[in-house]
Design a binder for this molecule. Structure first.
Ligand SMILES: [Mn+2]
Length: 329
């Protein structure tokens, strides 16, 4: 179900009581987190004339620096009475990485508006707008803005279109619904700069990224379970000069191998092994696979992280000369 009029009104009532609005997205922010943080934050500022703080515990990835409002995103502020928090694109409190440093966020002492599209969202807010049918949190923000008749200018539309594009892989993933196209049309009419997003997000890659992806592609193998699997070690990151975030997107190529039940990319990151899993099939649920390793996500895209490291497994077979000659004939 899309956002209802009652839900939009509940957001408005809560925001109207605020002396200051603190908007927060998840750690390790992606395009949807940054886009919806900027979009929702600036819409609130412009339409409700309240002081708004945009914040994230981690820096904005370079890819998204074309969004000029990113310079306003700061580290999380000290919270005070009269603050209303808006936590966006974040399935559970710990994904903000603020549950210890900012206990007031989640202990019920401040109103908390939780806007998200992850089905696994734990509904930790005092107002929860969680719409799993939406392909992105940016799409949810557009629905809220339209219900409240909040107009938007080009910079906000560009931020929101960024999240629509990144969470649908450039309108290619299976979550690209008719509503996604409606949202794109809505944002283009508002002046979103489509070409700016495409060239920065989909047509720009650092040399280190391409080299890392090269290693991912080179190491693809097919597992006994019918999955296309690849892995990169700390050594691969060091040798290519790529950082962890540059691995994002490589899985789409691994997932291109025909006839696979699923695809998976494993990566070593500071004592953890992170796994990203995808499938193109309707009869495979990769969130179920991820949950066996304390992970989660969506049916067709999920992930997990476990403490440990990767150990390559090589299989050697002794082949007698006669047999070898037989094969080469
Ligand atoms: Mn998202």
């Amino acid at each position: 179900m899309p956002v209802t009029r009652d839900q939009a009104q509940a957001i408005l009532r809560t925001l109207e009581k605020a002396q200051r609005v603190v908007c927060i997205c998840h750690r390790g922010p992606d395009g949807d987190a940054i886009g919806s943080l900027i979009g929702m934050g600036l819409l609130i500022e412009q339409h409700l004339k309240k002081p708004v703080v945009l914040s994230c515990i981690d820096p904005v990835p370079e890819t998204f620096l074309y969004l000029s409002p990113v310079h306003r995103i700061i580290e999380p502020p000290v919270l005070s009475d009269g603050d209303v928090a808006v936590v966006i694109d974040t399935a559970e409190p710990k994904l903000t990485n603020l549950q210890e440093s900012h206990p007031r966020l989640f202990d019920g002492s401040l109103p908390l508006i939780n806007i998200d599209h992850h089905p696994s969202n734990t509904r930790f807010g005092s107002v929860n707008i969680v719409t799993p049918e939406a392909a992105s949190s940016c799409e949810v923000v557009v629905q809220i803005a339209d219900l409240l008749e909040w107009g938007m200018q080009g910079d906000i539309a560009t931020a929101l279109l960024t999240g629509v594009y990144t969470d649908t892989g450039g309108l290619l993933h299976s979550n690209t619904s008719a509503e996604v196209y409606r949202t794109v049309a809505r944002l283009l009419r508002a002046g979103a700069r489509h070409q700016l997003i495409i060239s920065a997000v989909f047509r720009t890659a650092q040399l280190s990224t391409l080299k890392l992806w090269g290693r991912v592609l080179e190491k693809i193998s097919v597992s006994e379970e019918g999955g296309a699997v690849s892995a990169v070690t700390e050594g691969d990151f060091r040798a290519t000069g790529a950082d962890y975030s540059e691995l994002a997107g490589a899985i789409d190529y691994v997932n291109a191998v025909p006839g696979m039940r699923f695809s998976m990319v494993l990566s070593e990151r500071g004592g953890l092994v992170k796994g990203s899993i995808r499938t193109l099939r309707d009869d495979v649920d990769v969130s179920e696979m991820a949950s066996k390793l304390q992970g989660g996500g969506h049916k067709k895209a999920a992930g997990f992280a476990v403490a440990g490291k990767l150990r390559p497994e090589l299989r050697w077979k002794v082949v007698e000369r006669k047999e070898e000659e037989g094969v080469s004939e």
